[in-house]
Design a protein around this ligand. Structure first.
Ligand code: PEP
Ligand code: MG
Length: 543
C-alpha cells in the first residue's frame, strides 16, 4: 500500500513520525447483560470506578501544580468535578439498575449522553466540557476493564481525548490525531502548550489505523499520513529533532533583538488565541500578539455569544498582555469558520458584522473591555474598501463614548483591498497582510481544500508590494500575519519588501527571530526587487 493522507485540521504545530498507539474503544454490550439480582452490586462497582477516576485525576492535578503548570491543572481539575457530578452518577446508576448495562458500558454511555447534552449548550465554555466528561467515563470504564491508557512512546490515535489524558500521556506521546475534536478543545490547548503536534477532526477513517502502524502527524498542515514512504518518515523524524533543538535555542536567545545583520529591526509578534499559545510565544521572545483569531474561540457556539461570554473567553489571554501589543481581530466568521448559528451565510469577515450592527457593537464592547490595560489594536478582517474601516471607527466611537480609542487596522487579504490599499491606509493606523487568503483569492484557489499556498506567485507578490508601499506612503506600520511570515522561502522576501512586523504561530516565534538575525536587509531587498521585476511589476519606485 502506498502513502495515504487523511485530512483533518491542524490543532498544534509540528511534524512527527512514529508508531500508532490506538486508544481502546470498547463497543457497548447489549442492555440486560446484568441479571436483576446483581445490578445493585454492579452499580456500586460503577460508583467505585468513578471514585477511582476522581482520585487519578486529582493526582494528575497535583503533579501539574508541582510542575508549575497551573493553567493545565485548572483545566484537568474540572474533570474532577465532572467525575463527582451527581447527575452523571445518577445516570450511570439508571443505566445499570434499570437497563442492566454492565458498569463499564454504563460509565461510557452515561458520559456520552452527558457530553452530547453539554455540546448542544449555547455557552461555548460549557460545550467544550463535552470531551472532559467523555474522558472521565473512559477513564473509569478502563479501570474496570483492566485497560490502561498508558503507552510506550508513539503517536496517540483516538476518537476524542480529555485534557487530563493529554497531560498524563504527554511524556510518552510524540503527537496526537483525533477523529473528532476541535482546534479550541481543551485537549488541543494542552497539546499546544506541551509542544505536541496535533491534528483533529480527521473523521472515522482515522480509527482504521491499528496499534503499531507507522504514521506521520503533520500538525502544520493538518494531515495524518498512513504507510508513509521511508523518505517521508525519515524526513519527519529529522524535522522533529530539528524542531526540538531549534526551540531550545530560541528560548535561550529570546531576549536578543530580531534585527537583520545590517541593522533593520523587524518586530515579531505571535498569532495566539489561547493562553497556552501566548505562553509559548512569550517563552520564545514574542513582542506581543499580532493576531488573535477571536472567531476560533466561538466556532461551536449555537448563538451569538453574549458580552460576558466574549469577555470571559478573551480576558484571560489579554490580561497577560498588560502594556504590550494585543492585536485582536474582530470575528472573521464565514467560510470554514462558520459556527452553527451562522450556518448558510455567504458573507465573510467584517461583512457579517456590518450586516448585524447590534452584534458588532457588542463585540467591540467586549474587545475593548477584555483588552483593558494592553496596547490594544483592533484588526478588521476581510476588508474590501476604506468604507469598511470608517464603518468600524464610527461604531467604535459610539461604544467608547469619548474614551481612549484603540488603534484600528485593516487586514489586506482580498485583491480588492490590496488594490485599494493606499486609500485604506489613509483611514487605518496599521495594515496587516493576510497572505493565506490573499494568495488563494488572487489565484482562484479553494482555501479549504487547496494544499498549496504559492505566495511567491508574481501576481500575489506584486499586491503585497503595493500594500507595503501604501502603508509606507501613509506612514503606518505594515505587518504580515499569514503563513508567509514564517516560511523560510517567503520570509526574506517579506522582509525585503519592507514589512515592519511579522506575526507568526507561537511555536514559530523563536525560529523566525533567528532567521531575521541571519538575514541581510540589503540582499533581501535586492532579491524582492528582482522577483518583482521578473514579474513585470513596473511603477514601483522603492522596490
Ligand atoms: C490570512 O488570511 O492570511 C490570515 C492570517 O487570516 P486567517 O488565516 O485567519 O484567515
Ligand atoms: Mg484570512
Amino acid at each position: 500500500m502506498g502513502e495515504r493522507a487523511l485530512r483533518g485540521v491542524s490543532a498544534a504545530p509540528g511534524v512527527v513520525a512514529g508508531e500508532a498507539i490506538v486508544l481502546a474503544r470498547a463497543g457497548l454490550r447489549a442492555s440486560g447483560a446484568v441479571k436483576r439480582a446483581d445490578r445493585t452490586a454492579e452499580a456500586e462497582r460503577a460508583r467505585e470506578a468513578l471514585r477511582f477516576a476522581t482520585e487519578e485525576l486529582e493526582q494528575i492535578v497535583a503533579v501539574l501544580r508541582r510542575g508549575g503548570r497551573e493553567d493545565d491543572a485548572d483545566i484537568v481539575e474540572t474533570g474532577v468535578l465532572m467525575a463527582m457530578d451527581p447527575e452523571l452518577i445518577a445516570r450511570v446508576e439508571t443505566l445499570v439498575v434499570d437497563a442492566g448495562l454492565e458498569a463499564a458500558d454504563a460509565l461510557r454511555e452515561a458520559a456520552e449522553q452527558t457530553a452530547l447534552e453539554l455540546s448542544a449548550l449555547p455557552d461555548p465554555m460549557l460545550a467544550q466540557r463535552a470531551d472532559d466528561v467523555r474522558s472521565v467515563g473512559r477513564r473509569a470504564s478502563a479501570h474496570l476493564l483492566g485497560e490502561t491508557v498508558s503507552a510506550s512512546q508513539g503517536i496517540l490515535i483516538a476518537d476524542s481525548l480529555g485534557p487530563a489524558d493529554v497531560a498524563e500521556l504527554a511524556p510518552r506521546v510524540q503527537g496526537i490525531a483525533l477523529a473528532a475534536g476541535g482546534v479550541t478543545s481543551h485537549a488541543a490547548i494542552v497539546a499546544r502548550s506541551l509542544g505536541l503536534p496535533m491534528v483533529v477532526g480527521v473523521g472515522a477513517d482515522l480509527l482504521e489505523i491499528v496499534d503499531g502502524e507507522e504514521v506521520i502527524i503533520d500538525g502544520d498542515r493538518g494531515v495524518v499520513v498512513r504507510s508513509p514512504d521511508v523518505e517521508h518518515a525519515v524526513r519527519a523524524r529529522v524535522d522533529s529533532d530539528k524542531r526540538r533543538l531549534a526551540r531550545q535555542t530560541a528560548i535561550a536567545r529570546r531576549l536578543e533583538p530580531a534585527e537583520t545583520n545590517d541593522g533593520r529591526r523587524v518586530r515579531v509578534l505571535a498569532n495566539a488565541s489561547t493562553l497556552a499559545e501566548l505562553e509559548e510565544a512569550t517563552r520564545q521572545g514574542a513582542e506581543g500578539v499580532g493576531l488573535m483569531r477571536t472567531e476560533l474561540l466561538f466556532l461551536e457556539a449555537t448563538e451569538w455569544p453574549s458580552l460576558d461570554e466574549q469577555v470571559n473567553v478573551m480576558r484571560p489571554v489579554l490580561a497577560r498582555l498588560l502594556g504590550q501589543i494585543a492585536t485582536v481581530r474582530l470575528f472573521d466568521f464565514g467560510g470554514d469558520k462558520t459556527p452553527p448559528f451562522l450556518r448558510g451565510i455567504t458573507a465573510r469577515g467584517i461583512e457579517v458584522l456590518l450586516q448585524r450592527p447590534e452584534q458588532m457593537k457588542r463585540h467591540l464592547q467586549a474587545v475593548v473591555e477584555a483588552g483593558r490595560g494592553a496596547r490594544l489594536r483592533l484588526l478588521v478582517p476581510m476588508v474590501m474598501s476604506a468604507g469598511d474601516i470608517n464603518a468600524v471607527r464610527s461604531m467604535l466611537a459610539v461604544v467608547l463614548g469619548g474614551g481612549d480609542a484603540p488603534l484600528v487596522g485593516a487586514m489586506i487579504e482580498t485583491p480588492e483591498a490590496a488594490h485599494a490599499s493606499a486609500e485604506i491606509a489613509r483611514q487605518s493606523d496599521f495594515l496587516s497582510i493576510g497572505t493565506n487568503d490573499l494568495t488563494q483569492l488572487v489565484l482562484g484557489l479553494d482555501r479549504e481544500h487547496s494544499r498549496k499556498a504559492p505566495v511567491m506567485d508574481p501576481s500575489v507578490l506584486s499586491l503585497i508590494a503595493k500594500t507595503v508601499q501604501a502603508g509606507q506612503g501613509a506612514g503606518i506600520p505594515v505587518d504580515v500575519c499569514g503563513e508567509a511570515g514564517s516560511d523560510s522561502n517567503s520570509l526574506p522576501v517579506m522582509v525585503g519588501l519592507g514589512v515592519d512586523e511579522l506575526s507568526v504561530a507561537s511555536a514559530r516565534v523563536g525560529q523566525v527571530r533567528q532567521w531575521i538575525r541571519e538575514l541581510s536587509y540589503a540582499d533581501s531587498s535586492r532579491e524582492a526587487q528582482n522577483l518583482l521585476q521578473q514579474a513585470g511589476h513596473a511603477g514601483s519606485e522603492r522596490v
